[in-house]
Design a protein around this ligand. Structure first.
Ligand SMILES: Cc1ncc(COP(=O)(O)O)c(C=O)c1O
Length: 473
């Protein structure tokens, strides 16, 4: 397929601008472009076809089952998109006087109140634009807290090896040393290892719970107590909240700060580079350090001199928060827990259907996602998790996450989400089982799969490490 720039023809176009009715201004040469912008020139028909062609090449939740573990690719109600598209929300400017945006501030207020209740936190900030950005923000709060007490020896953040990969990266970016601790054979934190890891240099713990192997740590209260007794604070990676929302609260589990991925759990699709929202909640002890707030309702402003400052402009990605507020108000207190229950039920149903054939990495019930291991299949028939994922695409289904979490070999991580029907789950389970059988009878058939997709086997390592994402003229 040609790029839109390659389709461009000098002189084509599809806009007819009316004559300018305000005086023209010349931009100062200091800021003016030295060479004209290389914009593609196409007629409307060609543009429309180009984007239709692109859409056909991608796979989304609207195309079929999308069980991408750790990504919560659930169906998001279109009504929430429509509400976020209302001109009262889209046509505002962040520098407008606060008295002209009271309705929008009210939306922020409603979303914050609901999310405070769901997380058990005392305050929320919507500035961070993504989960990892929320992690960084939360860790900067913890750093500022220790500093404000003159406790500068606390330089280490303890992170179990079942954490999401962004956790150690965020801790390092916040200027902490990362102390990685090995999980026990049950995939949970080993309390003895944790006790030996804490000390006067412990700034805190970062925990993903449910963790990346889909397990809710049953020792959570002991874990957070050990950290608090050592003088550290607890940070909860709440990106997996879809499994627990409305049922248990990080605030009640002993956590001091949490981020939520509104673009996973609260009605904004995950991925594609955003926009997202990694809303951060914290307990009273961290409130003074929260990022600087924007204007408040009725002229109220809540800026603290101890704030870590801005982590992003204005109020973050406002329209994502509008969608979250609409989702929360639509479901209400009764149905938010129902979402979590169904997410967990669907994952367990599918795991039970599959695990008689494809080995689950951990026994026992899972939360909203589960991990399978194809280690034995790879050893016996040389069909890897990658080969398996490629073959899944020929069945019209998006493959699960592969090779993550790192602590499981030849991992396939499946997250069906609550929005899939039992029929879809059965169909997907049948596909996985039949492919597993085929892998044993005819392993060679996996070598060149997929056969039906536009792109089959790109150089995965180069595509990730040297992505070419920009057209150069
Ligand atoms: C457990 C967990 N933590 C953190 C993140 C990072 O979130 P983001 O991709 O928005 O930076 C993710 C991503 O889905 C996640 O699954």
């Amino acid at each position: 397929m040609k790029l839109i720039f390659e389709k461009s023809k000098q002189g084509r176009g599809c806009s007819i601008l009316p004559p300018c009715d305000v005086p023209e201004h010349t931009v100062s040469s200091r800021v003016a472009r030295k060479i004209p912008a290389a914009l593609p020139s196409l007629d409307e028909n060609e543009i429309s076809r180009h984007y239709s062609e692109l859409a056909k090449r991608s796979f989304g939740v609207n195309d079929g089952f999308y069980p991408l573990g750790s990504c919560t690719m659930k169906y998001n109600p279109k009504i929430n998109e429509e509400l976020a598209g209302l001109p009262g929300f889209t046509d505002i400017h962040p520098l407008q006087p606060a008295n002209t945006i009271q309705g929008c501030l009210k939306v922020l207020d409603i979303a914050a109140a609901y999310l405070r209740e769901i997380t058990g936190m005392d305050a929320m900030s919507f500035q961070p634009a993504a989960g990892a950005h929320g992690e960084l923000t939360g860790l900067l709060l913890i750093k500022a807290y220790h500093k404000s007490r003159g406790d500068t020896a606390r330089t280490k953040i303890i992170i179990p090896d079942s954490a999401h990969g962004t956790n150690p990266a965020s801790a390092a970016m916040a200027g902490f040393q990362v102390l990685n601790i090995a999980s026990g054979s049950d995939g949970c934190v080993d309390l003895t290892v944790l006790r030996n890891a804490v000390g006067p240099d412990t700034a805190g713990l970062m925990l993903t719970n449910p963790n990346t192997v889909g397990i809710f740590d049953p020792n959570i209260l002991d874990i957070t107590r050990i950290i608090h007794e050592a003088g550290g604070l607890n940070y909860y990676d709440g990106a997996n909240l879809n499994a627990i929302m409305g049922i248990v609260r990080p605030g009640d589990m002993g956590f001091d700060a949490v981020h939520l991925n509104l673009h996973k759990s609260f009605s904004t699709p995950h991925g594609g580079g955003g926009p997202g929202s990694g809303a951060v909640g914290c307990k009273q002890n961290l409130v003074p350090f929260l990022p600087l707030a924007g204007p408040g309702l009725d002229g109220g402003a809540t800026e603290s001199p101890q704030s870590i400052g801005r982590v992003r402009a204005f109020c973050g990605n406002f329209l994502v928060i509008v969608k979250a507020a609409a989702y929360l108000l639509t479901l209400g207190k009764e149905n938010i827990p129902e979402v979590a229950r169904n997410a967990v039920l669907n994952a367990n149903y599918m795991m039970e259907r599959i695990k008689t054939k494809l080995p689950a990495a951990y026994s026992g019930p899972c939360m909203h996602e589960f991990v399978l291991s194809l280690e034995e299949l790879k050893k016996s028939h040389n069909v890897s998790a990658l080969d398996f994922a490629k073959a899944i695409q020929d069945k019209g289904m998006h493959p699960p996450t592969i090779y993550f979490p790192l602590i499981v070999h030849e991992a396939l991580m499946v997250e069906p989400t609550e929005t899939e029907s039992r029929e879809t789950l059965d169909e997907a389970a049948d596909i996985l089982i039949s492919l597993f059988n085929q892998a044993q009878l005819d392993p060679e058939s996996f070598n060149a799969a997929p056969f039906t997709t536009v792109i089959g086997r790109p150089d995965e390592a180069r595509a990730a490490r040297q992505p070419v994402v920009r057209f150069k003229v």
